[in-house]
Design a protein around this ligand. Structure first.
Ligand code: ZN
Length: 454
């Protein structure tokens, strides 16, 4: 036998043996989670017993203690907290809003945007100018905008198949609308909720003020109310809009990332991270965003542990704090990794909801991407077809500068923005089976990254 042919046979035999060993392990991971999954009950506790967890809140503090205790109870090798200073914004009393035509008032649901200032205690009333874009607003100019409330009413593009793309095309109104409006002398900004759904719940989210502009109050309005207001404005261009909100930014608060790890046997200094963010908006239970990602991360590590898998590398579950309105947890985690000379080879983030898994987006070098894409035959039988270049995630993003390969968990996107940052992002809207399948896909990825490196 020629040496090269012998070598070829040897390689293909080894590959086959490895593949079947991997297939069996992957099957075991799915069997375990689908028979004995714990994450759903953990999520129930996080949503129902703790509830909203905006950074700086009592809920956030309780969630830190709860997830720490979970990882201790599951006998992770080491569980610890990282100190993080976080922004502390509070909504205060529930907002009130209506538009007025003559003497007739029509109430509408609004929610102050995270980071916004309050109105005067008695509220703010002014005429409204509706726009679909910053360009349109600038063209109207100071004369038409001064003294008015600007109403940003561009919907998410319903024709985009990936709803995150549609979100990206509309969220500028929420993030920067107040600044654009204030630049032209507006006194307030009302923003159409960034959601795919027609409903009556306002969807909050963070905003920021540009430097040097007056800080004007800003709030999200439900999509149904936005349509109604738009229609009434056509009939009564001089109608007035009233809103009152009491939110404020308090001094930064002390908080934590929560970290739990199992030590690697062969290369304990090489770390693989899996994580989600523990904070959530104050008006929701934060079930999909991102209670799901947190419990999935702890569960993914538990699955490997309970199956007796002894990792070569150290596997860490990380609950990041303050993704929603500051990203302080993600930044601190990467800073500490650098300070402590830790080598993070890969990081997986789940922050796109607890829906049916579709795949992973990869941020890394060409050969690293190719290696992960090469695992597709093992993953496709479980519905993981979308494995390729893509976004990693906000919290693991800062690790990229240390050369860490980033992997963003990609579930189906069709329902995520129905619930995003709104009061209906609750436990009842998470499917146990979908959550568990997502967890298994994350555990499988950890297993492959650990076994073969990257
Ligand atoms: Zn999130």
């Amino acid at each position: 036998m020629k040496k090269s042919i012998f070598f070829l046979l040897l390689v293909s035999t080894t590959t086959f043996a490895q593949t079947s060993e991997d297939s069996l392990m992957i099957r075991k991971i799915y069997d375990e989670v689908l028979s004995n999954g714990q994450a759903y009950e953990w999520l129930r506790y996080l949503c129902k017993q703790i509830g909203p967890r905006l950074s700086g809140s009592v809920g956030a503090q309780k969630a830190v203690a709860y997830t720490k205790q979970l990882m201790e109870q599951e006998k992770f090798d080491r569980v610890f907290l990282q100190d993080v200073k976080v922004p502390h914004w509070v909504r205060g009393a529930k907002e009130e809003a209506y538009f007025k035509i003559g003497k007739e008032k029509t109430k509408v649901p609004i929610a102050a945007l995270g980071g916004s200032v309050a109105t005067a205690p008695k509220g703010l009333e002014a005429e409204v100018i509706e726009v679909k874009s910053f360009q349109q607003l600038r063209e109207l100019g100071k004369d038409k905008v001064k003294g008015k409330i600007v109403f940003f009413n561009r919907p998410m593009d319903p024709t985009k198949i990936n709803t995150f793309e549609a979100y990206g095309g509309a969220v500028d109104q929420r993030a920067n609308g107040a600044t654009e409006a204030a630049n032209l002398g507006a006194v307030g900004a009302i923003v159409r909720s960034v959601t795919t759904r027609q409903d009556d719940v306002p969807h909050s989210g963070s905003m920021r003020y540009g430097t040097g502009v007056p800080l004007i109050p800003t709030a999200a309005i439900s999509t149904n109310a936005a349509n109604l207001l738009s229609q009434k404005l056509k009939e009564h261009p001089n109608l007035t809009f009233y809103f009152r909100q009491n939110c404020e930014t308090l001094p930064d608060a002390d908080s934590h990332n929560v970290v739990g790890e199992i030590k690697g046997r062969e290369k304990p200094d090489e770390i693989i991270v899996v994580g989600g963010h523990l904070d959530s908006w104050d008006i929701a239970e934060g079930a999909h965003d991102d209670g799901a990602g947190c419990v999935q991360s702890i569960e993914a590590v538990r699955l490997l542990k309970v199956l007796g898998y002894q990792p070569k590398r150290t596997i860490r579950a990380v609950m990041f704090m303050n993704e929603e309105n500051g990203l302080k947890g993600g930044i601190k985690y990467a800073d500490l990794a650098k300070q402590n000379n830790e080598k993070h080879i890969a990081a997986i983030e789940s922050d796109n909801g607890g829906f049916t898994p579709r795949g992973f987006g990869i941020v890394g070098k060409t050969d690293q991407k190719a290696k992960i894409i090469g695992w597709k035959p093992l993953l496709a039988p479980y519905g993981l077809h979308e494995i390729g270049p893509g976004g990693g995630g906000a919290d693991i993003g800062p690790l990229a500068q240390h050369g860490t390969v980033l992997l963003g968990y990609k579930p189906d996107t069709q329902r995520y923005f129905d619930y995003h940052h709104a009061a209906n992002d609750n436990f009842e809207n998470v499917s146990k089976r979908e959550l568990d399948l997502g967890t298994a896909s994350m555990a499988v990825l950890i297993y492959l990254l650990d076994k073969y490196g990257i």
